[in-house]
Design a protein around this ligand. Sequence first.
Ligand SMILES: O=C(O)CCC(=O)C(=O)O
Ligand SMILES: [Fe+2]
Length: 426
Amino acid sequence: MDRKTRTFAEQHYRDLGGRVPGVGGPAPSSVTFIQAPAAFSYADFVKGFLLPNLPCVFSGSFTEDWGSRRRWVTSEGKPDFDYLLQKYGDVVVPVANCGVREYNSNPKEHMSFRDYVSYWKEYNRGGCSSPRGCLYLKDWHLCRDSLVDDLEDIFTLPVYFSSDWLNEFWDVLNVDDYRFVYMGPRGTWSPFHADIFRSYSWSVNICGRKKWLFFPPGHEEALRDCHGGLPYDVTSPELLDTRLYPRIQHDSLPLEVIQEAGEMVFVPSGWHHQVYNLDDTISINHNWVNGCNVANMWHFLQQELQAVQHEVAEWKDTMPDWHQHCQVIMKSCTGINFEEFYHFLKVIAEKRFLVLRQGVKEGTGNSTSLGLGLQQAAFDVGRLADVLASVVAHPDFQRVDTSTFSPQPKELLQQLEDAVAAAEAF
Ligand SMILES: O=C(O)CCC(=O)C(=O)O
Ligand SMILES: [Fe+2]
């Protein structure tokens, strides 16, 4: 990040004055296509897409040199099953059955990659049908699970997505990540959803094509059924029944994107979407959070806690540790609670303090030896300070036992505010 972009971004958040970023603006009428890497900088991405929270599609030129595009794909543009089997045949992978609805998702099972490929071939021989159902290999943590020593050979993280606090945090803990591979034949699909924690995602088709249906944040409200639930499949004829879906507006259609092989889709924060594989398709997808959407994540976590509290409200007066229980339930439903969110902010903050300290020592405003650089670190501490101030002021966070936290939340907030003040000079 350069100084000018940082100033622009900081002004953007000052203007928002604490409102949730990227929500409620006018819906775009189309999704921008970005053709040439040389003509599109990180600053262009921040200003044009991250800050306004708008989707875009990058051409295949951006991923031309990825090893997976060469090695995983045959000359006809199909998955190279022989190569993939030799490399990953014995790996156990998660597989969803798209033909079966389980709440607003699909039941998942595990099988060896070899078994999945034999299913895939059989499904294709059967004219895109199989008695075993419509199976979709999804959310495979390829980087985490298989001892991939040649990651650079599979993909190169595009600079646009390189400020990624979520994977940075999990890499420090060394237990998980949000880096996935998806593979499936024509007809496999992902039901209507917004991404975990309201993170961003990016998705590259290594081969094949996808159809995306996008709904800007807030537009999903019109899709709620008479019980307040969101649909599983937005293309279902059920949605035409106005008794079931009383708020539906038939003039607000989704934004549709066809993503070709090699192309890269950016999914903004809180945009609901539904995705179809139009051919035999392999994609690499990451979920990520950074300074531009960490406030969206915090807003989402507050909503999740409220929903839990609402569900168990009847025990509030009789259960002495009701608030603690709500945090436990939240952790199991959402995957993270207020304590863990604090830990997440702390880990990123401490890493940024190191960068800022090193930057001061080196006296270089634009050093590239500092990851995304000193200006990015300065921007990040500003966003961390804003969100942590809101966390610390939240009554439910004040009920969390923070006695063992180091540093104490208020101390960390002070350190962040000091870092923000010092970084103004950079
Ligand atoms: O490709 C898919 O099936 C789903 C991808 C997705 O939902 C995402 O990248 O956020
Ligand atoms: Fe998604």
